[in-house]
Design a protein around this ligand. Structure first.
Ligand code: ARG
Length: 468
């Protein structure tokens, strides 16, 4: 190690020799974040423009320097957006790349931009702005998805289908009710992103390295300029916490779980064994060998996305655990996880929204399946309680006996005769057949939040108001 050239120039130069250059190259490789944090360029430039304007307003730098900085930063912005910005790994990250280029463009005033701030509050600000945008994107994606689910619910509010527990036919429900269950889940996801956004909307800028600064800066002004509600109240906290990212990832993980469950149902429902739904060609793929196949690839991929999104969440929780205050370089490991999780969540939300809008539910198949599997056995037991005065446990037993009888004969409950029924319990009358049909069954479930079409329509109307 002592043989290594002592100056950075020597260490980085082409002639430094393999031994000396090796470790430096590896140091540069492990240290640099420009490969990924260049995604923060717009936020970085926005933050710097707000900071420079505030420095001038406070008399900390001259108006002419602030002007030069503001214009120069716009030039940098257009270079990056045009794709001809020379990103340099030696300059480590987006913050130093932007500042170094600004210096090339405007010269000396560039050196005044970093007055009263540090890369620690700079990166915390940039990243908060970026994650805040992703909250907005998730909110928009969820609103579109909820709209698609509401559309499905509305067109099939009274279509009957089997409701399952343990993936065994349980009781008939309505298609609208099933779709509205997802509306509720995605609605909670929506509110989680709204909550997270509200909590993260405070500005770290001006916390400087960790302790604040002796310059007479105005943190309220920069907070306003960046559309934050207020500056963060503690400079140590401002540079050292990433709970806003953890909260975003947590909300994303829960949302991805919900997406995976709907995706799984679409995979099952579109199979030849179920045929509950037909997926549009737009959202299906074929097989190169089996001509009959229509594969629900998008649904399968959405089902899988939770893997990487939850992985990112666990990764960042693990990075943050046990870090002493304030900033530690460990925190540079926050970005790739959040970038990947956000990209994949937005893609999954968009794909699910599109798939659901273009989905055709097969009303006849849903209804046929709803009637099979003794799905109205509970209705029969309830009838015995209501009309024949049996205790529920006895009614359950009588019904079980009748189900076994029907199973023996290879028929459904409504196919048994009144005499068959009376042979098990004499109190049964012809009226029982009114509750054995699936439509009567769902219509009877009028309890708040139940599957009766009236209840479902009331929830659809409520959600339409919420979204409007
Ligand atoms: N690239 C760094 C990050 O992403 C920026 C902050 C660096 N601060 C420092 N004191 N080295 O976290």
């Amino acid at each position: 190690m002592t043989d290594r050239p002592q100056t950075k120039d020597a260490a980085n130069s082409m002639w430094g020799g393999r031994f000396a250059a090796g470790p430096d190259a590896i140091m540069e490789a492990i240290n640099a974040s420009i490969g990924f944090d260049q995604r923060l360029y717009a936020q970085d430039i926005r933050g710097s423009r707000a900071h420079a304007a505030m420095l001038a307003a406070q008399g900390i730098i001259s108006d002419s320097d602030a002007d030069a900085i503001a214009k120069g930063l716009l030039t940098v912005l257009s270079e990056i957006e045009a794709g001809d910005f020379p990103f340099k790994t030696a300059l480590e990250d987006i913050h130093m790349n932007v500042e170094a280029r600004l210096k090339e463009i405007i010269g000396e005033p560039a050196g005044r931009l970093h007055t009263g701030r540090s890369r620690n509050d700079q990166v915390a600000t940039d990243f908060r702005l970026w994650v805040r945008d992703q909250c907005d994107a998730a909110i928009a994606g969820l609103q579109a998805l909820i709209g698609a689910a509401l559309g499905q619910a509305e067109s099939g509010a009274d279509w009957v289908m089997p409701g399952f527990t343990h993936l065994q036919t349980a009781q008939p429900v309505t298609w609208g009710h099933h779709m509205m269950a997802y509306v509720e889940m995605f609605g909670r996801d929506l509110s989680r992103f709204q909550d997270a956004r509200r909590r993260m909307n405070e500005s770290p800028l001006g916390a400087a390295a960790l302790a604040g600064t002796g310059y007479p800066i105005d943190r309220h002004a920069t907070a306003r300029a960046l559309d934050f509600d207020r500056p963060m109240a503690n400079s140590l906290d401002a540079v050292s916490d990433r709970d806003f990212a953890l909260e975003f990832l947590s909300a994303a993980s829960i949302c991805a779980v919900h997406l995976s469950r709907l995706a799984e149902e679409l995979v099952i429902w579109s199979s030849a064994q179920f045929r509950f739904v037909s997926m549009s060609d737009k959202w299906s793929t074929g097989s190169s060998i089996m001509p009959q196949k229509r594969n629900p690839d998008a649904a399968e991929l959405i089902r899988a996305k939770i893997g990487r999104i939850l992985g990112a969440t666990v990764a960042l929780f693990t990075v943050m655990k046990g870090l002493p205050l304030a900033y530690s370089k460990d925190m540079q490991e926050d970005k790739e996880q959040v970038f990947d999780a956000a990209d994949n969540l937005m893609l999954a939300l968009a794909a699910m929204g599109g798939m659901l809008s273009d989905l055709t539910a097969n009303r006849e198949n849903l209804q046929a399946a709803a009637s099979a599997g003794f799905s109205t056995a509970t209705d029969l037991a309830d009838w015995l309680v209501r009309e024949a005065g049996l205790p529920f446990r006895d009614a359950h037993h009588v019904t079980g006996t009748l189900v076994a009888m029907a199973e023996d004969r290879g028929c459904d409950l409504p196919d048994l005769t009144l005499a068959d029924m009376q042979s098990v319990n004499a109190a049964i009358t012809d009226d029982v057949f009114n509750v054995l049909g699936v439509h009567n069954s769902v219509a009877s479930r009028q309890s708040y939040g139940g599957t009766a079409p009236d209840q479902v329509r009331a929830q659809i109307a409520r959600w339409k108001e919420v979204l409007a």
